[in-house]
Design a protein around this ligand. Structure first.
Ligand code: C2E
Ligand code: MG
Ligand code: MG
Length: 736
């Protein structure tokens, strides 16, 4: 499983998002600052507009002092005194108030006096320059003068209640002037106008650079300039972003533009904060990149550890092979695939034969080493599409897809062969084999667990028949297992309900006298009738019922032995019983409870028990022997007969297996084998007895080899305890 690259997935969206955020913040900031500037400019423009109006009002007001004066009426109206006019109009207005020109108009609106700055000049000529702007003012004042007579109310200026005045901006030869026309009137009334039309004084204030500078100082304006002429106000503006207002004459006509450089708080803010803000944005971008990088690293670590955890959940830690979970998962997939492709699937279950011995003898590290090596060796036999898994301790399984019966058999053969080769462990060289169960899946709808169960049944059969073999699953195995299960439950009931009972088969000596009996258990089944132990003892051994069954037979044999004071009683003991730690103690407790002498009893064990030289078994047999029991090796010759066992274990007697007896007279070797066994027993000072003796000829041949103690149908079948006494004499007769 591979972690998908986060870099590829998230980098571009993240980068795009960063650019968008950056652009968004910048645009919003710039927009905000521009809005600041526009608002500030608009505010400044309206303040300047009001300022210009105010300044015009002030300029107009300057003329009222000289014009609304009794002396002015006397010297300009009643009679015209040019010297007075020069002193109080021309010189005064220029020197006191800074007017650039002044005029006195008579009752007929003719200029009778004119001053340029403070010097008197020819009125008619000089007035021509101002006549365009001043003429209409004079008309307004005359109209107001006429109305005043009727209404007695001021006309033009609200500030001067009694002044009759009109003012305007005018373009005079390309220069801008504030022109004011003021009617000459008395103030205290010591002199009265001579007629209905009084003289009018015209003043002209130049809006020159000096005027603009003082205006700018008052309103804190920068770069104030005037563009004289009508037209588009905006076009007059020279500098981008400059503020401007239209200057209008008293009729509302644009005649000039006042322009200046406005305060731009947004730009100031941008200059002052631009760099820090950019820095902050850069830091944020760096932070985002850093977090992204860290997040990516963390995500990669998480994905790696998740991948590792997933791998561990689905794989065996020791071998790295798929585990049971993954095996079932793959089997499920293979079955799913089978539904579509119809290919054949085989499930092979492999169990190592002597793994436990290696583990017990050399320890767990050696066992682990062995499993690892076996894993590699078996894996080498599989094809790539096959799944090779370790299910548990020494159990491996293979899912072979696209196979056939012969291909599965050939794989099993290769696996079995691979396992016949020795394995080199640090502890030494070991030989182990394996058994293999195979099921060929016919039905794609099968449950994976059921498929494994079938392979397990086949494995069971493979182990049962001969190790190192493989077996295919057959339906019949299922039936056997089912029958076995029902037998097991019946046997459990039988033990609890006392449906088992004992039979005793006579054992005779060379003179034919009954010297002992072998206790053989029987089961009287309610439906099946009498069932022999060959059938149900293995079931009892597998299910663990043998422990109860063993104690039952011992108890009954001990009890029944009291009936025959001079007979030895042989009791069969299974390997499972001997492996119980407290077996000896329990037997001795029974001995004491029933009150018997262990010296009268023989415990029959099979050679298999001695295999492996288990120290516990050794110890158990020694304890039983010390307690007085005799130990008999039953079915001798069929198992792993080994001379060394006979020497090492405290055995008293060998019981030659009935298969040799049955072959007496049929196969020539049988007699020789029996002869060798008898000689061996004698050399080791062991007693010997033959079982399964059915004919007189067998008796004769056994006698010839030196074996005289016997047991078999010839001397008596296993019978109830009551019949034993009666049989003794007839056995003797038969032997003759
Ligand atoms: P075994 O201990 O070798 O017992 C001898 C078997 O041979 C008995 O079968 C007996 O009936 C049979 N037999 C005796 N003489 C002849 C003969 O002349 N010809 C033939 N064909 N068979 C003969 P059985 O009673 O069916 O017992 C079978 C095995 O079951 C026994 O073999 C023994 O291993 C086991 N077994 C019997 N009773 C017990 C028991 O109480 N406990 C344990 N653990 N195993 C028992
Ligand atoms: Mg026996
Ligand atoms: Mg036997």
């Amino acid at each position: 499983m591979r972690a998908p690259s986060l870099k590829a997935n998230l980098f571009w969206p993240l980068a795009l998002l960063s650019v968008l955020v950056f652009a968004g913040v910048a645009a919003a900031g710039l927009g905000l600052l521009t809005a600041f500037d526009i608002a500030a400019r608009n505010r400044e423009q309206s303040v300047v507009q009001n300022g210009i109006s105010g300044r015009m009002g002030e300029v107009a007001h300057m003329a009222t002092g000289e014009c609304m004066w009794d002396q002015s009426v006397r010297n300009l109206d009643n009679r015209f005194d040019p010297a007075w006019a020069q002193l109080n109009i021309g010189a005064y207005f220029n020197q006191s108030d800074g007017f650039a020109a002044s005029f006195v108009m008579d009752a007929a609106d003719r200029p009778i006096y004119a001053a340029r700055l403070s010097d008197a000049v020819d009125p008619a000529t000089f007035y021509q320059r101002f006549a365009g702007g001043a003429g209409s003012l004079v008309k307004e004042v005359r109209a107001a003068e006429a109305l005043r007579g009727k209404k007695g109310a001021p006309v033009v200026s609200q500030a001067l209640a009694d002044a009759v005045q009109a003012t305007t901006l005018a373009d005079v030869g390309g220069s801008l002037y504030i022109l004011t026309a003021t009617l000459v009137q008395p103030d205290f009334g010591t002199v009265r106008p001579k007629g209905p039309r009084a003289p009018i004084v015209i003043t002209a204030m130049a809006m020159d650079q000096a005027f603009l500078n003082s205006f700018a100082d008052r309103f804190l304006l920068r770069n104030v300039r005037i563009h004289v002429g009508s037209g588009d106000v905006a076009q007059a503006s020279g500098a981008p972003g400059a503020a401007h207002i239209a200057l209008k004459n008293h009729r509302g006509v644009d005649i000039a533009t006042l322009e200046w450089t406005p305060q731009m708080p947004g730009q100031v803010l941008l200059r002052q904060l631009g760099l820090p803000v950019l820095g902050i944005l850069a830091c944020l971008a760096a932070g985002v990149l850093f977090l992204y990088h860290r997040g990516q690293k963390i995500a990669e670590v998480l994905m790696t550890s998740e991948a590792r955890a997933t791998h561990m959940a689905y794989h065996d830690a020791l071998t790295g092979l798929p585990n049971r979970l993954l095996f079932f998962d793959r089997l499920g997939h293979a079955l799913h695939q089978m539904r579509r492709t119809d290919e054949t699937i085989a499930v092979l279950l492999i169990d190592l034969d002597r793994f436990k011995d290696v583990n017990d003898t050399f320890g767990h590290p050696a066992g682990d080493d062995l499993i690892r090596q076996v894993g590699k060796r078996l894996a080498a036999q599989c094809r790539l599409p096959d799944t090779f898994a370790r299910l548990s301790g020494d159990e491996f399984a293979i899912i072979q897809t696209g196979t056939s019966v012969s291909a599965a058999a050939s794989l099993a053969t290769r696996l079995a062969e691979a396992m016949t080769q020795p394995i080199e462990l640090e502890a030494g060289r070991v030989f182990i084999g394996c058994s293999i169960g195979i099921t060929i899946i016919q039905d794609a709808g099968i449950d994976p667990a059921e498929a494994l169960r079938q392979a397990d049944l086949a494995l069971y059969r493979a182990k049962d028949t001969a190790k190192g073999q493989f077996c295919f699953f057959e339906i019949e195995m299922d039936l056997v297992i089912k029958a076995r299960r029902s037998l097991e439950s019946d046997l459990r009931d039988a033990l609890a309900q006392g449906a088992l009972h004992m039979c005793y088969q006579p054992q005779v000596n060379e003179r034919g006298g009954m010297v002992g009996v072998e206790a053989l258990v029987r089961w009287r089944h309610p439906e099946r009738g009498e069932i022999g132990p060959s059938f149900f003892v293995p079931v009892a051994e597998e299910s663990g019922l043998i422990l109860d069954l063993g104690m039952f037979t011992l108890r009954r044999a001990f009890e029944d032995s009291k009936r025959w004071k001079h007979l030895r009683v042989a009791v069969n003991v299974s390997a499972k019983q001997l492996r119980m730690r407290d077996f000896a103690a329990r037997v001795m407790a029974l001995v004491h409870e029933i009150g018997v002498d262990p010296g009268r009893f023989e415990l029959e064990i099979t050679e298999g028990i001695l295999l492996g030289d288990d120290p516990d078994t050794h110890d158990m047999l020694n304890r039983l022997r010390s307690a007085g029991f005799s130990l008999v090796l039953d079915d001798f010759g069929t198992g792993y007969s080994s001379l060394s066992y006979l020497q090492r274990y405290p055995i008293n007697k060998i019981k030659i297996d009935q298969s040799f007896i049955a072959n007496l007279g049929v196969e020539a070797e049988s007699e020789a084998v029996i002869g060798a066994i008898v000689k061996l027993a004698k050399a080791l000072r062991l007693s010997v007895i033959a079982e399964g003796v059915e004919t007189a000829e067998q008796v004769a041949r056994l006698n010839a080899t030196g074996c005289f103690d016997m047991q078999g149908y010839l001397f008596g079948r296993p019978v109830g305890a009551e019949q034993i006494d009666e049989s003794v004499s007839s056995v003797s007769a038969l032997k003759k």
